[in-house]
Design a protein around this ligand. Structure first.
Ligand SMILES: Nc1ncnc2c1ncn2[C@@H]1O[C@H](COP(=O)(O)OP(=O)(O)OP(=O)(O)O)[C@@H](O)[C@H]1O
Length: 261
C-alpha cells in the first residue's frame, strides 16, 4: 500500500495529572506519533500506560501538559465533530430506545433525524445483530449488546476519524471475532482513520496496518510495528506463520524487555 500523508501528529506530547499527594502522575512522556490518513492503527500497552489518555487528547477532551496534538495541521484545542468515539463502556442515554440512541448524534448535530438516518441506523443495528432490540431501552440489554449499540452510534456519523477504546472488551470471544471482521468490512467500504486501543495482541495483529507498542507508565512509544499481512484479513490470517511471528515479537516487547529511558 502506498504511504498516505499523516493527518494526526503527536509532537513531544506529555501528560501529567495532579494526584492527591500533590506529586503528579506522568501518564505520557515525550510521545511522537504520526498517524496516516485512513490507516488502521492499533495501540497496545500495559494497563495505565496512557492509551485512553492519548485517545482523549486526539478527541480534544484533554489538552496535553506539553507538546501538541494536531489534526490536519491544526492543533487540537477542543472537541471536534468529525471524530467518532467508542469508549470502553457503552455511554448510552437510558431514557432513549436503542434506535434513538443510534440516531442521537444526528439529533445533537443537526437538530433532526431524517428518514434516511433511521434507515441507516436500522441497517447498522441489523449488522450488529440487534434488529429485534431496536425499540428496547438500553438497560434491558446485556453489556455486550449495549456496546454494539454504541459502535453503531459511532458509525452512523461515518466520521473521518474513529477512536475506539477497547470497544470489544465486553464482548464474548465469538462475537468479538465477528465484530472485528465487521469493523474491517466497514473500514474497507468506507475508509477512515481508525485508532483502536486493545489489550489483545491477536486482535491488534488481525486488524491493524501498524501497531504502536507502548511502555508502562509513563507511557512512551516502545516500537511501531508494520503489520505486513495481506488484506482482506480472514479467519485464515490467524493461522499464517507471519501472524504468529508478529504476535510473538509483540509479546516479547510487552513482557520481557525493560524500557531504556
Ligand atoms: N483524570 C485523571 N486524573 C488523574 N489521573 C489520571 C486521570 N486520567 C488518567 N489518569 C492516570 O493516568 C494513567 C494513564 O491512564 P489511562 O487511562 O490513559 O491508561 P490506559 O493505558 O488506558 O489504562 P487501561 O489499559 O487500564 O485502560 C493512569 O495512572 C491513570 O490513573
Amino acid at each position: 500500500m502506498p504511504e498516505l500523508p499523516s493527518i494526526i501528529r503527536f509532537d513531544g506530547v506529555s501528560q501529567t495529572f495532579a494526584d492527591p499527594s500533590g506529586a503528579g502522575v506522568t501518564a505520557l512522556s515525550g510521545l511522537d506519533i504520526d498517524i496516516r490518513k485512513n490507516e488502521f492503527l492499533a495501540v497496545l500497552g500495559p494497563s495505565g500506560c496512557g492509551k485512553s489518555t492519548l485517545l482523549r487528547q486526539i478527541a480534544g477532551l484533554l489538552l496535553p501538559t506539553s507538546g501538541t496534538v494536531s489534526i490536519y495541521g491544526r492543533t487540537v484545542s477542543e472537541p471536534r465533530d468529525e471524530i467518532g468515539m467508542v469508549f470502553q463502556k457503552p455511554t448510552l442515554l437510558p431514557w432513549y430506545t436503542v434506535r434513538d440512541n443510534v440516531t442521537f448524534p444526528m439529533r445533537h448535530k443537526y437538530g433532526r433525524v431524517t428518514a434516511e438516518d433511521r434507515t441507516r441506523a436500522d441497517a447498522l443495528l441489523a449488522m450488529m445483530g440487534l434488529t429485534e432490540f431496536a425499540a428496547r431501552l438500553p438497560e434491558t440489554l446485556s453489556g455486550g449488546m449495549q456496546q454494539r449499540v454504541a459502535i453503531a452510534r459511532a458509525l452512523l456519523l461515518d466520521p473521518d476519524i474513529l477512536l475506539m477504546d477497547e470497544p470489544f472488551s465486553a464482548l464474548d470471544a465469538l462475537t468479538r471475532d465477528e465484530m472485528s471482521f465487521e469493523l474491517l468490512r466497514i473500514w474497507q467500504e468506507r475508509p477512515k482513520t481508525v485508532i483502536f486501543i486493545t489489550h489483545s495482541i491477536p486482535e491488534a495483529v488481525l486488524l491493524a496496518d501498524r501497531i504502536v507498542v507502548m511502555s508502562s507508565r509513563p507511557g512512551r512509544v516502545r516500537e511501531v510495528i508494520d503489520v505486513d499481512l495481506p488484506r482482506p484479513r480472514t479467519m485464515q490470517s490467524f493461522s499464517e506463520p507471519r501472524f504468529s511471528e508478529l504476535a510473538n515479537h509483540i509479546r516479547e516487547q510487552l513482557f520481557t524487555r525493560p524500557m531504556v529511558a
